[in-house]
Design a protein around this ligand. Structure first.
Ligand code: 2PG
Ligand code: MG
Length: 416
């Protein structure tokens, strides 16, 4: 058992230049693990809170006050780390110690344990295969909370190279498409600055409909069959433009509003017309009923909950009861600790809900989520396409293939 012999924490900066918590865990005096907490811009209401009172300094102080509790724990035992965290912070959302501490500590611990045991992290988390590679789900056009005025209201137009036979091929297809999207944007807007949003997606001055047309055209220009070689997806992140007071989705940048019925119609149309493999948060996070309507109507699309599920096992149970999704985003920092997220993954797997492990818009160059995706049997890994902190996770998939343990790409059969 690799025992935690020391720990250290510090404040560092994420890819947006915001403060976050990084933790070092040393196992058996010799094996160093390190993890840095990411953070989101479009945040679910029930997510773990990154810092007490929104202050990284308070998270650091809370960690330093209780760090001794973790000494001597088995670094590979995610439940032991969870129990120790819970003995310090019994709130639902880690508001006393901070979700950032729960994230960084629980992942640094398994990082150290994997080094102590001389195994890759995915194998530590799931000792027995079979293992499969997730398909990289890349962000090609950004809007919403990730990009500025003039960009689409929809947060992310995504691409998934569903026809790829290997990780290398999948990555090359996404890079090629991302480059082609820029050319298509340029062909309709001679003044395009090559500006990109928080996750490295192009941030053009176009509306939602134009963004999808651009993506479709770029797929064709690359010579890919839409839906067969390369599929499109959307993260609507619709809670961020849901106007609760007036009961409408306010597409302010495009200058139009949709009521719930119109939003369902719109999402259905996009799934059909663009053969979407993936549709995330097409309605706001508490509308399980409309999610159920969309899930039923679109069996070939992973109708996915992000803000709706907040990587919480109890929310998956609720969603399953309602038939409210076929896919589920896994973001460890939404849940807090790795143990919380693994419970969520277990609940998803039990109920045949496909897992999509995901980055956050504010990231570090860490690559643990690539291992977590393989260990949880995720069908996709949502990481963006370009940007050092995004490519770090993609390159880790390539390194992981050197172990010869992972038997090809995930099965991407229709969701139901
Ligand atoms: C999302 C994520 C990642 P954020 O909404 O799915 O793309 O964005 O980290 O800003 O919540
Ligand atoms: Mg999302």
């Amino acid at each position: 058992m690799p025992s935690i012999t020391s720990l250290d924490a510090r404040i560092v900066f994420n890819s947006r230049g915001s403060k976050t918590i990084e933790i070092d865990v040393i196992a058996d005096r010799n094996f160093a693990g390190r993890a840095c907490a990411p953070s989101g811009a479009s945040v679910g209401k029930l997510e773990a809170q990154s810092f007490p009172d929104n202050k990284a300094e308070k998270a650091l102080a809370a960690f330093n006050a209780s760090r001794k509790k973790f000494i001597g724990l088995d670094a590979s035992d995610t439940k032991a780390v969870f129990d120790a965290l819970r003995s310090i912070d019994d709130t639902d959302n880690y508001s006393k110690i901070g979700g950032s501490v729960a994230y960084a500590l629980s992942i640094a611990a398994v990082d150290a344990a994997a080094r102590a045991q001389g195994v890759p992290l995915f194998k530590l988390l799931k000792p027995k295969g079979p293992y499969r590679f997730p398909f990289p789900l890349g962000n090609i056009i950004g809007g919403g909370a990730h990009a500025g005025p003039g960009t689409p209201d929809l947060q992310e137009i995504l691409a998934c190279p569903v026809g790829a036979k290997s990780v290398t091929e999948a990555l090359e297809m996404n890079f090629k498409l991302h480059g082609e999207v820029r050319k298509v944007i340029e062909s309709i807007d001679g003044k395009f600055t090559y500006g990109r949003g928080d996750e490295g997606a192009w941030a053009p001055n176009v509306n939602n409909d134009q963004a999808l047309e651009i993506a479709e055209k770029a797929v064709k220009n690359c010579g890919y069959a839409l839906g067969r070689d390369m599929a499109l997806g959307i993260d609507f992140a619709s809670s961020s433009f849901w106007d609760e007071k007036n009961n409408v989705y306010d597409y302010a940048r495009q200058g139009l509003k949709r009521d719930t019925g119109e939003q369902i119609e719109f999402a259905n149309r996009l799934m059909r017309d663009y053969k979407l493999a993936y549709a995330e948060d097409p309605v706001h996070e508490t509308d399980f009923e409309s999610m159920a309507v969309l899930t039923k109507k679109n069996p070939r699309t992973l109708v996915t909950g992000d803000d709706m599920l907040v990587t919480n096992a109890a929310m998956v149970k609720k969603a399953v009861k309602a038939g409210a999704c076929s896919g589920a985003i896994l973001k460890v920092n939404q849940a807090g600790s790795l143990h919380d997220a693994l419970l969520f993954a277990k609940e998803c797997t039990k109920n045949n809900i496909r897992i999509i492990t995901s980055h956050r818009s504010g990231e570090s160059p860490d690559s643990h989520i690539s291992h977590i995706a393989v260990a949880t049997g995720s069908k996709m890994l949502k990481t963006g396409v370009l940007g050092g902190e995004r490519v770090a996770k993609l390159n880790e998939l390539l390194r992981m293939s050197e172990y010869d343990l992972i038997a090809g790409m995930a099965e991407l059969s229709p969701a139901t």
